[in-house]
Design a protein around this ligand. Structure first.
Ligand code: HEC
Length: 118
C-alpha cells in the first residue's frame, strides 16, 4: 500500500513540471512505446516507464536512440550495474525490486532500441 502511495506521489511530481522542450513526435513515441513481451511490458509499465517516458525526469527516453547511444557504448555490464545499483537520478533497481538481470537487459534493449549482448 505504501509503495502504491509512493509511486503515485512520484508520478504526480514527475508529471507536474513537464516543460522540457522536445519534438512532439519523440514525446508521443516514448509515451506509447511498450515492449513486445507481455511480462516485460507489465514490468516496464509499473517501473521504468515512470521516468523513461517522461522528458521532465531527465532520463534517456525510450526509443530515443541518440540519447542512448553513448550510454550503450559503455557496455551491457555497466548499464546493468547502473540499473541495479543506481546512477545519479536513476534509482537502484529502477523501482523494479523483483526484476532479474535478464529482465533488466531486456528492458534496456527495448528502451535503447538496440539488442544488447546477453
Ligand atoms: C525515478 C525515475 C527512474 C526510473 C523509475 C527508472 N529510471 Fe533509469 N534513469 C533515470 C534517470 C534520471 C537516468 C539518467 C541518469 C544520468 O545519466 O544521470 C536513468 C538512466 C538509466 C540508464 C542509463 C545508465 C547509464 O549508465 O547511462 C539505464 C540503463 C536505466 N536508466 C535503466 C532503467 C531501467 C531498466 C528501469 C526500470 C526497471 C529504469 N531505468 C527506471 C531515472 C529512472
Amino acid at each position: 500500500m505504501r509503495r502504491i502511495l509512493f509511486l503515485s506521489v512520484l508520478l504526480g511530481l514527475l508529471t507536474a513540471c513537464d516543460n522540457t522542450p522536445k519534438p512532439p513526435s519523440e514525446r508521443a513515441t516514448a509515451a506509447t512505446a511498450m515492449p513486445a513481451d507481455p511480462a516485460l511490458a507489465q514490468v516496464y509499465d509499473t517501473s521504468c516507464k515512470l521516468c523513461h517516458a517522461n522528458p521532465a525526469s531527465g532520463a534517456p527516453l525510450s526509443g530515443d536512440r541518440a540519447a542512448w547511444r553513448p550510454r550503450v557504448a559503455q557496455g551491457a555490464d555497466t548499464l546493468l550495474d547502473h540499473s541495479i545499483n543506481g546512477y545519479n537520478g536513476m534509482p537502484p533497481m529502477g523501482l523494479c525490486m523483483q526484476c532479474s538481470e535478464e529482465q533488466f537487459l531486456g528492458l534496456i534493449s527495448f528502451m535503447a532500441g538496440v539488442e544488447l549482448p546477453q
